[in-house]
Design a protein around this ligand. Structure first.
Ligand code: ZN
Length: 413
């Protein structure tokens, strides 16, 4: 770097401290100046100078006083929080079934939303068109201009190269090497961040949901597919080829059912939605008694994991066995991940996990009896807290952490 454009150490330190204070207000706010000084180790005067600048820029606002007086004088410290309108974030969930775009403010409040069935076809042109249209509609509805938007976060299923912003491969949507980042940045003129959808969900649960109090976790999504996000030391672990967490394509039944990836016996082919239905249908065809037989033949053709869970909940023996078996296979996969990563905290969610205890009980039992590296009592398998909104919130969070709240010099979020 040429000397003339090099920033002095003091300047770099100033920028870092400002970013650190801003990020702490976002994570811990409402928070007082005194608490910020304690958390950062900066002097109260330095914190005050930074806060004055952030207030002047409109990034932060005062929001009343703390109920606790901290000094003998009884003066209550003024609390600070991020000003929600100081910036906006666009989150896109390009799901297998639906495409959703949400405009969030900096405090994660949804300001506008659009959703529609995902266009099908190998060429992602129609998908990009829909996303761009929804973005403009959301902005118009909320009276926000693109200049106020820090960036777009796009969640896509399948393998994603998040550094280049390319959907490498999605067998669900038929994408191969779609350069979403490049195309969308050209059309919108704002930074675009592309990530695998389960990793977006993982980020949201880590920072806003069930993983708030832990620094290492595994977040599993089981629905029409099966995937995992891994957080190590509060950072997303993506792997050198960006493919970490593909638990769905670990083989549990050699020569087993054909998976959408082309292999046989992948965990996803056994336990995700279609696998559950296929195992149930095979048992019905073999003559197993079940209340499912009372369904009209049309409904049986459209059988889903949700319906099987409903019948299991009403006490149907076959459906209960299918869910128990599903939990055992999934539990084995999760125990393998715990043994590999030494992380006993697992968040489990997605459509199939809506079955609740039917799935969680066999999963927990199986995991506890198959972990090796950690104490079985340490194992915690907990449900998601953020529901179906998680991947969108995660997409917005990723954008904010990579732009407004980025720590200079720190590794990518
Ligand atoms: Zn597979």
């Amino acid at each position: 770097m040429a000397r003339s454009v090099m920033k002095s150490d003091a300047q770099q330190m100033k920028e870092y401290n400002r970013a650190l204070v801003l990020r702490l207000i976002q994570q811990e706010g409402p928070v007082s100046r005194t608490a910020l000084a304690k958390m950062t180790g900066l002097s109260p005067t330095t914190v005050s100078v930074i806060i004055d600048a952030l207030l002047a820029e409109g990034l932060v606002r005062e929001c009343g006083s703390s109920p606790l007086a901290t000094t003998g004088a009884g003066r209550r410290p003024i609390l600070l929080e991020i000003r929600p309108e100081a910036g906006f974030l666009l989150a896109v969930d390009l799901g297998v079934t639906n495409t959703t775009v949400v405009l969030y403010d900096l405090a994660s409040n949804a300001r506008a939303r659009r959703t529609a069935p995902t266009p099908k076809g190998q060429d992602a042109g129609a998908n990009i068109q829909l996303i761009v249209r929804f973005i403009h509609e959301c902005l118009e509805e909320a009276g926000v201009s693109l200049r106020q938007v820090a960036g777009v976060g796009l969640g896509v299923p399948g393998l994603v190269d998040s550094e280049r912003g390319v959907s490498r491969y999605s067998h669900n949507l038929g994408f191969r090497n779609v350069p979403f980042k490049e195309v969308l940045e050209r059309q919108l003129g704002v930074p675009v961040f592309v990530e695998n959808v389960i990793r977006m969900t993982t980020l949201a649960e880590k920072w806003l949901g069930a993983g708030k109090d832990v620094s290492d976790l595994i977040c599993i999504g089981i629905g029409s597919g099966l995937g995992a996000g891994i957080v190590v030391g509060s950072q997303l672990y993506r792997g050198p080829w960006q493919g970490a967490g593909e638990i769905g394509h670990t083989v549990v039944l050699p020569g087993g059912p054909l998976c959408r990836c082309g292999n046989r016996g992948c965990l996803e082919a056994v336990v995700a939605g279609r696998g559950i239905v296929a195992r149930t249908m095979a048992r019905l065809e073999a003559g197993a008694p079940s209340s499912l037989r009372e369904l009209p033949s049309e409904a049986l053709k459209e059988l889903s994991a949700k319906v099987i869970a409903e019948h299991a909940g009403q006490g149907d023996k076959l459906c209960r066995e299918i869910f128990w078996e599903t939990g055992v296979y999934l539990g084995l996969g999760i125990a393998n991940m715990i043994n590999l990563f030494d992380i006993p905290y697992v968040i489990l969610g997605g459509g199939v996990a809506q079955a609740g205890e039917l799935l969680f009980r066999p999963v927990i039992e199986t995991v506890r009896s198959h972990v090796y590296s950690v104490d079985p009592d340490q194992v915690q398998i907990v449900p998601r807290q953020l529901g179906s909104e998680a991947s969108l919130l995660g997409a917005a969070l990723l954008v904010s952490m990579e732009t407004v709240f980025k720590l200079p010099g720190a590794a990518s979020f």
